[in-house]
Design a protein around this ligand. Structure first.
Ligand code: GDG
Length: 483
């Protein structure tokens, strides 16, 4: 039996060079965070881009970089600045990302982006061919690499290939606006198994395959030449134990061991014991509904002024894709909104919004999760949303209220949360009030269900289920071909 090879745009470590030495820095982001435990638990290989362009890589350090990566079970697909511009910032993040998140008006259909996307996908496919054997299992991740499965299939007709999409697959009506829609579908259909977070994304994909390619689709099987491609949903879990253990450790820390952030949070609690903390954590991305959330918070404070000085919104926005104009505009909009609301509503003792625009170390994330009475996550579209799951996992005493957008994939599995429509300010204001007044017994009852489910369906189980389905599919597929 061969090895398992994971392929994603970014490797689970980023390399940075300072004064001739190489530092490996863990990546932030759902995929990196989720798959890390799977990869480190096997002797498999992870192929992806290191984060350094050719131009940023001193030739004399190239060997050391490859060595450092190999020590981490990784192999680099070398990309230059122009390729990153067209493939990553271009087609991936200015065409596919907005389109698949229903921001049609942000989607740019540039032929140059598309050509670079194809060329870079070919580079990834070539790296796979070079570093794998026929009996290896290939697991390709996400929207940056949708052409890779078919590119590998052409050279390795019998290799087992799985693909998982971490973002939503949009409805046919949205997807069909993409000029290269058939090529994207054909690229994905090089896989044996295609996985999505939810049943809805799966249906949308099947509908596009049927209507755009005219292929036979029966239930969740697609018939293409002499192959059957399976499509299924696999809602991604988190490393539940890691978050749980970190929260337990956190609660046992002595005063001296507390972080600066935790001290600030504790001081806040001590000075205003009846003020509740509401938390949001997202990459700074328009799909996450950050600006709307701030507006909804203002709406809440106006509708229920008795909560002024009684609540504080702690907003962590992690810098992301800051080369893309849309993200720069959003950053400006959020800065202005936070400034205006804090300027208008603050009192001597109270600032309504604490806003952090940075990436925080993992321990600080735990400080925030464990100190907040409410997590309020309002994506306008989100493939899954792992932050919602992480918040619940860290609530060791089972208190805390999760308010979650219906538009997040995770909402399908987290019915015990308070689900809201992020466009409905009235509903959100009332839900915030409900959350602030929810009896502790009710919080515990809701979170018990959620925690049990998250513990059971953790990220390792998610990966195992996908791999099991991929293996099963291959066994059935081979017998189909040989009949
Ligand atoms: C994509 C899809 C899907 C965040 N800030 C910090 C930090 N994080 C970590 C969180 C969490 C991850 O990043 C974010 O995951 P999400 O799922 O919320 O969102 P995306 O980055 O958009 O991920 C998403 C996911 O892929 C998986 O399929 O759920 O829908 O868009 O794990 O903890 N970690 C640290 N510091 C931070 O400041 N250390």
């Amino acid at each position: 039996m061969g090895k398992t090879i994971i392929i994603s745009n970014r490797l689970p470590v980023q390399l940075q060079i300072s004064n001739g030495t190489i530092n490996a820095i863990p990546s932030v982001g759902g995929l990196a965070t989720g798959m890390k435990s799977v990869h480190s638990g096997s002797d498999g290989l992870w192929i992806g881009w290191s984060g350094l362009t050719d131009e940023e890589t001193p030739p004399e350090l190239e060997k050391d970089i490859d060595k450092a990566l190999a020590e981490n079970g990784c192999a680099n697909v070398k990309l230059n600045a122009e390729e990153i511009e067209g493939f990553y910032f271009g087609f991936s993040n200015r065409t596919v990302w907005p389109l698949f998140h229903y921001f049609l008006e942000y989607s740019e259909f540039e032929l140059d982006f598309w050509n670079t996307y194809k060329a870079v996908n070919q580079k990834f496919a070539d790296a796979i061919i070079e570093q794998s054997d026929e009996d290896d299992t290939i697991w390709v991740h996400d929207y940056q690499l949708m052409l890779v499965p078919q590119m590998v299939r052409e050279k390795r007709p019998n290799t087992t290939i799985g693909f998982f999409l971490h973002i939503p697959f949009p409805s046919y009506e949205i997807f069909r606006t993409l000029p290269w829609r058939e090529e994207i579908l054909e690229g994905l259909l090089g896989s044996d198994l295609i996985g999505f977070h939810t049943y809805d994304y799966e249906r949308h994909f099947l509908s596009s395959v049927r209507r755009l390619l005219g292929l036979d689709v029966s239930f969740n099987d697609i018939y293409l030449d002499n192959r059957v491609i399976k499509v299924d949903s696999f809602p991604m879990g988190i490393d539940y134990k890691k978050f749980r253990d970190a929260a337990i450790l956190h609660s046992s820390k002595s005063e001296d061991e507390r972080s600066d952030l935790q001290m600030r949070l504790d001081n806040h609690k001590a000075s205003a014991p009846d003020t509740k903390l509401i938390l949001s954590i997202d990459r700074l991305d328009y799909s996450k509904g950050i600006a709307k959330r701030i507006n909804a918070f203002e709406y809440f404070l106006n509708k229920y002024p008795e909560y002024r000085e009684k609540v504080r919104l702690i907003m962590l926005a992690v810098p992301s894709r800051s080369n893309v104009p849309q993200y720069q505009l959003l950053k400006k909009e959020i800065d202005e909104l936070v400034g205006r609301i804090n300027g208008e509503l603050s009192t001597v003792n109270w600032t309504p919004i604490w806003y952090f625009y940075r990436s925080l170390p993992f321990d600080n994330l735990i400080d925030l999760y464990t100190s907040s009475d409410i997590a309020w996550l309002t994506p306008l579209r989100d493939g899954m949303n792992l932050v919602a799951k992480e918040y619940i996992a860290t609530r060791t005493d089972k208190t805390g209220v999760l308010i979650l957008s219906e538009m997040a994939g995770s909402a399908y599995e987290m019915n015990e949360a308070l689900l809201i429509n992020p466009n409905n300010f009235e509903e959100q204001a009332d839900t915030l009030k409900k959350a602030l007044n929810m009896p502790v017994e009710e919080q515990i009852a809701r979170n018990e269900f959620l925690q049990n489910r998250l513990e059971r369906y953790n990220v390792e189980v998610w990966a195992k289920e996908f791999m099991r389905a991929l293996k099963e599919k291959k066994d059935v597929g081979s017998s189909f071909i040989s009949q």
